[in-house]
Write a protein that binds this ligand. Structure first.
Ligand code: NAD
Length: 478
């Protein structure tokens, strides 16, 4: 069995223990054994990053731009191999997995350009003869903590801007997906000076906590659940470290009477079920106007029944397995809860047997639901969606906004007026018109409102808000 170590100060170092990484499409297959970093090793990784930071941040923007460009090129050249690893490790269908690796390559290329697109201001002072420069400077050492559901893209959209703006990185991936993290680290580190980028694998309670406790971590960029996000906020606030949180969603897709039926069904299928529904931007609440309600449900069930749930490496597979036993248990629990709450289960919600033992679940659709049910309030994070019938646009908007989350939202309509009002009044960081709630571009801001996010936006040129700090310099030339 192959063993994979942590990357600390440019060296591959064994951890205290190793954990096997199981393929969710075939639980008989172990992908590899991954080192679990000890707290002292996390400390050493942070020390290595802090030591090299002064040099890395001053080496010049051309060196940084070239490094990010080379990393992006290598990821793109190896996207099939990385996509296959992702499909085996996390269970995403192969085409989506290769798409995710491709996106990561594009992100590094984009931030290579951002490195040299410097921003700053020179202003006149109110005091004669004094000059003022406003510059953006790197924060220092950034702790990056990521979830399992986009194991290549999310690390890429944090690591690339952190490095582009002159920071050093200590990366702690989710323990369910160390394979993708290790493969990404193996590419990144070869293009950088030792210590600029470090990988520490392991659990949140040991590796994550050690990272949060260290005062040399100047900023933490986190994506994951609301409960972990709260812990990170508390730890960072206590010692004054900057932090940015991307958390859960309970995203609405509104379908009005005038929607194109095929577009609406495509948006629902993609948004609710692709990636096995394991996306923070998944549309798990389908808010459907009465006039199109029955027709929409009928067409949606036909499409759901045609989806192939199987091993993600098979070309005909639309949806892979759920990521692990505990997520499968959670999904099945919510199917039971929905039925107990009085919702009508129209299809799916059952475990499926395939050639190999895996966590396969048939896509589930509930109808006759209302927005107060737990299945419409809590993030399920699986292939489970529910339909909420509504009388018209105003009620649909109010239901869509009646949630503690505000990440992504969508509407299907041919009315420009309805689309404009929805874009204006929906409480979400990202709004889609006649498009699925999931699936976003890499060069524009990503993030949510309300309980979904905290801090400045990720991605695109807006990423510099988090990864830099502003300095105002006054000078009286003599
Ligand atoms: P999680 O919160 O369990 O774990 C996320 C990361 O935090 C992991 O690396 C984990 O090891 C680490 N962690 C856990 N406890 C910690 C602690 N005490 N200290 C430091 N680190 C700790 O989330 P998950 O199950 O991996 O991912 C699923 C969640 O992520 C869902 O809620 C989903 O909505 C969310 N998500 C959000 C976005 C977004 O951009 N808004 C994107 C993807 C996923």
């Amino acid at each position: 069995m192959d063993k994979f170590n942590n990357l600390i100060g440019g060296e591959w170092i064994e951890g205290g223990t190793f954990v096997p990484n199981i393929n969710p499409s075939n639980t008989n297959e172990t992908i590899g054994e991954y080192a679990q970093a000890e707290p002292e090793q996390v400390t050493a990784a942070i020390g290595a990053a802090a030591a090299v930071f002064p040099r890395w941040s001053r080496d010049g923007i051309q060196a940084r731009a070239d490094a990010l460009d080379a990393i992006g090129s290598e990821i793109l050249a190896r996207k099939e191999e990385l996509g296959r690893l992702l499909a085996r490790e996390e269970g995403k269908a192969l085409s989506e997995s290769i798409g995710e690796a491709t996106r990561a390559g594009h992100i590094f290329k984009y931030f290579s350009g951002e490195t040299v697109r410097q921003v700053g201001d020179r202003l006149a002072s109110v005091r004669p003869g004094v000059e003022i420069d406003i510059t953006r400077e790197p924060l220092g050492v950034i702790g990056i903590i990521t979830p399992w559901n986009f194991p290549i893209a999310i690390p890429a959209w944090k690591i690339a801007p952190a490095l582009a703006f002159g920071n050093c990185v200590v990366f702690k991936p989710a323990n369910l997906v160390p394979g993708c993290a290790w493969a990404l680290a193996e590419i990144i580190h070869r293009h950088l000076p030792s210590g600029v980028f470090n990988l520490v694998m392991g659990t949140g309670s040991i590796v994550g906590s050690s990272l949060l406790e260290d005062r040399r971590i100047n900023g933490v960029s986190f994506t994951g659940s609301v409960s972990t996000g709260s812990l990170i906020a508390a730890a960072c606030s206590q010692r004054g470290a900057k932090f940015q949180l991307e958390m859960g969603g309970k995203n609405p897709l509104v379908i009005l009477n005038d929607a194109d039926l095929e577009t609406a069904v495509n948006c629902a299928i993609n948004g609710a079920y692709f990636s096995t529904g394991q996306r923070c931007t998944a549309s798990s609440r389908l808010i459907v106007e009465a006039g199109i309600h029955d027709e929409f449900i009928e067409a949606l069930i036909t499409r759901i029944n045609s989806l192939r749930v199987d091993d993600p490496l098979k070309p005909e597979t639309d949806i892979g397995p759920v990521v692990d036993q505990s997520q499968l248990d959670q999904d099945l629990d919510y199917v039971r809860i929905g039925r107990e709450e009085g919702a009508e289960l129209l299809c799916g919600g059952e475990m499926i047997e395939r050639d190999n033992p895996g966590f396969y679940l048939s896509p589930a659709l509930f109808a006759q639901t209302h927005n107060d049910m737990r299945i419409n309030r809590e993030e399920i994070f699986g292939p489970v969606a529910s339909v909420i019938k509504t009388s018209g646009f105003d009620e649909a908007l109010s239901i869509a906004n009646d949630t503690e989350f505000g990440l992504s939202a969508g509407i299907c309509t041919k009315s420009l007026r309805a689309a404009s009002l929805f874009k204006r009044d929906i409480q979400a960081g990202m709004v889609m018109v006649n498009l699925p709630t999931a699936g976003v571009d890499y060069h524009v801001p990503f993030g949510g409102m309300k309980g979904s996010s905290f801090g400045s936006r990720e991605q695109g040129s807006y990423a510099n808000e988090f990864y830099t700090t502003v300095k105002t310099a006054y000078c009286l030339p003599q």
